[in-house]
Design a protein around this ligand. Structure first.
Ligand SMILES: NC(=O)c1ccc[n+]([C@@H]2O[C@H](COP(=O)([O-])OP(=O)(O)OC[C@H]3O[C@@H](n4cnc5c(N)ncnc54)[C@H](O)[C@@H]3O)[C@@H](O)[C@H]2O)c1
Length: 475
């Protein structure tokens, strides 16, 4: 496999121009500068394509050559509505170019977005090695004023570290600071991304707000000019505040989910309906109705790891934020709550055939990172159950980590196939297509008519009418 032929023309203006703030700003207004987006994953790719759609010339750089080759052929490599269409469109217009050579992309761009991954260490702390690595590459390719925008989710003070790293390595890695007479000016800004997988493209064009953490007027003006056309509220802050806003936001969302899940347990205990309680609470504008669906807990690449990183950050500054730890503990227990329901319906699970509908961590994506479904599946396999799995998009990703195994795991082409001869059918992701299933047909196919609905996809009356024993969450 070799790198695709990349021809990146020179910067569209001279270096002297790039250091002149008014010239730079007029180029921003006319979209006459190039943007480099480093990291072309679930955030980087929609971001890059969003800027291309807004008329910018975007170089998307990723150090994964296979990914760059896939993108060059028009394949995003993951499922996200609208991304493939935008990718094909802007490969055609030439406004988006995937490249493997980060240095070349940085040198020829004036605004550089960092969108690499920030996974977690064992102790929950954010692993910032990808961010550090690209900061060094930026330093080594700083050939004129650039605005460096951190979009990855990072703990407070990361932007300061990016600044420090660029200063340290900008001299070519000889350890001497570049702040002397040959220093090249740059700004670092924090512009945390709030998009949600499943609606990423829409979120890129219609963000609820744009948070811009800056330290200079110039950075603020550039970001305001870039995001202005979206006509969404822009909140300008200092760097630490912007970074903290993202962690606090995700932790609050996680708290809403854990809160409603505990309310669900109380509803089950006393015979109330959590969906109505959630409706009643959520209509209060001080609270809001989003993220109030009781279920098997939150997963994905953001909420669990960002919550843990926030816990770690609070601990490391000696702040006792024990609420965050409880949010996580509640979330961890949700899978056991579901497994108990399966046992309640089937008693012994050994050799029971169980159909599973939904593997992705949420609908609208094929992402299975920290998907609660995987923990459910592993728990059922540990108890000796035989599983028939179905998901509209995520099966190939699950197959890679849990290959089909005779008598233990079978992947099915339809939800009906997953239900065939099963003694229970579990719903673990609320894909819309499950809401429209023919329950009478499913009833006919199953050996024992039991549905354990971990996402409250069905209305209880509807399922009972079709002849099922039905266990859902908090009602
Ligand atoms: N996924 C989401 O819904 C979401 C939402 C908001 C914010 N975020 C945050 O955005 C960041 C990116 O998340 P993601 O889901 O896009 O991750 P991802 O794993 O899908 O993508 C990261 C990309 O960075 C590339 N990369 C890694 N090291 C690199 C390097 N040194 N140079 C160039 N490319 C490199 C990887 O190959 C990969 O393509 C994370 O900090 C995440 O927490 C994610």
């Amino acid at each position: 496999m070799s790198a695709p032929e990349t021809t990146i023309s020179e910067m569209p203006f001279s270096l002297e121009d790039s250091n002149d703030e008014s010239v730079f700003l007029s180029k921003v207004a006319g979209r006459a500068l190039r943007i480099a987006v480093l990291g072309l994953g679930h955030v980087g790719l929609p971001t890059a394509l969003g800027f291309a759609e807004m008329g910018w010339e975007v170089l998307g750089a990723d150090n994964d050559l296979a990914k760059v080759l896939r993108l060059t052929s028009g394949d995003p490599g993951f499922y996200e509505a609208g991304v493939e269409e935008l990718l094909r469109k802007h490969l055609q217009t030439g406004l988006f170019k995937p490249v493997e050579d980060l240095g070349a992309a940085i040198r020829s761009a004036s605004i550089v977005f960092i969108c690499v991954g920030t996974p977690q260490h064992e102790n929950g702390e954010a692993d910032l090695s990808q961010v550090e690595s690209v900061a060094r590459t930026i330093a080594q390719n700083l050939n004129g004023y650039k605005l460096i925008v951190e979009k990855s989710t990072v703990p407070a003070v990361t932007a300061k570290w990016i600044q420090r790293t660029i200063h340290r390595y900008a001299s070519g890695g000889n350890g001497k600071s570049s702040s002397g007479s040959h220093a090249v000016a740059f700004d670092v800004a924090s512009n945390p991304e709030f998009l949600q997988e499943g609606s990423a493209v829409d979120n890129v064009f219609h963000p609820d707000r744009v948070v811009c953490g800056v330290e200079s007027e110039r950075a603020s003006r550039i970001l305001t000019a870039m995001y202005g056309p979206l006509q969404r509220p822009i909140i300008t802050t200092d760097l630490n505040t912007a970074e903290l806003t993202k962690h606090a936001s995700n932790s609050f969302l996680a708290m809403k989910i854990s809160f409603i899940n505990m309310v669900a347990d109380i509803c089950e205990a006393i015979g109330a309906d959590v969906t109505k309680v959630a409706q009643g609470i959520g209509m209060d504008p001080r609270i809001g109705s989003a993220f109030f669906q009781a279920g098997i807990g939150f997963g994905g690449y953001c909420l669990p790891k960002d919550l843990r990183a926030f816990i770690h950050l609070a601990d490391s500054y000696g702040v006792d934020f024990s609420l965050l730890k409880e949010i996580e503990a509640i979330n961890q227990r949700r899978v056991e709550v579901l497994i108990k329901k399966v046992r309640q319906a089937l008693w012994v699970l050994r050799d029971k055939v169980i159909g599973v509908l939904g593997l992705a961590f949420k609908p609208g994506t094929d992402d299975i990172r920290e998907a609660p479904s995987l923990r459910v599946i592993r728990a059922l396999l540990d108890e000796g159950a035989r599983l028939q799995l179905y998901d509209p998009k995520a099966m190939p990703n699950v197959q890679r980590i849990l290959p089909a195994e005779e008598g233990r795991i079978r992947y099915c082409q339809t939800p009906y196939e997953a239900a065939r001869a099963a003694q229970a059918l579990l719903v673990l992701t609320e894909w819309n297509e499950f809401r429209d299933l023919d329950l009478h047909r499913i009833r006919e196919l199953m050996e024992v008519p039991v549905i354990v609905d971990g996402r409250n996809v069905f209305a209880p009356e509807q399922v009972h009418r079709a002849g099922f024993e039905y266990l859902s969450v908090g009602r």
